[in-house]
Design a protein around this ligand. Sequence first.
Ligand code: ADP
Ligand code: ADP
Ligand code: ZN
Length: 220
Amino acid sequence: MSRNLNLIFLGPPGAGKGTQAKMIVDKYNIPQISTGDLMRAAVSSGSSMGDKVKGYMAAGALVPDDLVVEILLDRLSGDDCRDGFILDGFPRTVGQAESLEKALEKRGMKLSGVVAMMVPDEALLKRLTARRICKECSASYHLEFLKPKVEGKCDRCQGELYQRKDDSEEVILNRLKVYHDQTAPLIDFYQKRKALYTVDGNKKIEMIFSEICDIIDSLN
Ligand code: ADP
Ligand code: ADP
Ligand code: ZN
């Protein structure tokens, strides 16, 4: 029987959750579930869910718990999540964490661990204002820290790179405030459950990756 790896990546916007999650997907073969990506897809498709969430996202506010939980639990029922998953950007409130806990219990599933990436706000601002995202696979790049091999094109899939509208300084500052007010309490929440593993996210990408792999290999 294969070992289940049910992970949460926790951290402020720009901490490197998506960057590290994509590397973990390649190494451990479990899917990355980004609620931000799922909701951006809903917005682009013009679905009624997309209409409901787009105003919150544009302002850098959190989408209401009931909507995000619905999207997340639906995705978690996917066949590809049977051996494990990485939640990237979920939960972001204590309410979401409690909903997840109940849902996992009901399905006979258990969290393996929560990896919290810590990065100071000044560094986050520098990362997010120069972030570029692949339109096709949502990989992150940076104009200075992680340049694509060919300008404007994704190394992984050749997709076109774009700048997210909410990666403007004004919206970033709001997202950071929202993180400190509503998401940072989750550090305590998971520490109490002895599920928390903290990494210094203010290092080189490869070094953080190797620390996260060590944590994953130490689980169970
Ligand atoms: P980042 O990677 O920069 O943290 P995300 O792509 O995770 O950004 O999220 C973008 C936006 O989507 C958030 O600012 C918020 O509006 C919404 N969002 C994503 N995940 C959640 C969540 N779990 N709960 C509420 N809102 C969310
Ligand atoms: P998150 O998913 O947590 O919002 P991303 O993975 O999208 O964060 O990373 C945010 C930005 O910072 C991207 O431009 C990315 O290329 C860059 N980045 C990621 N990790 C690092 C790192 N360790 N050092 C410098 N820049 C990084
Ligand atoms: Zn791509």
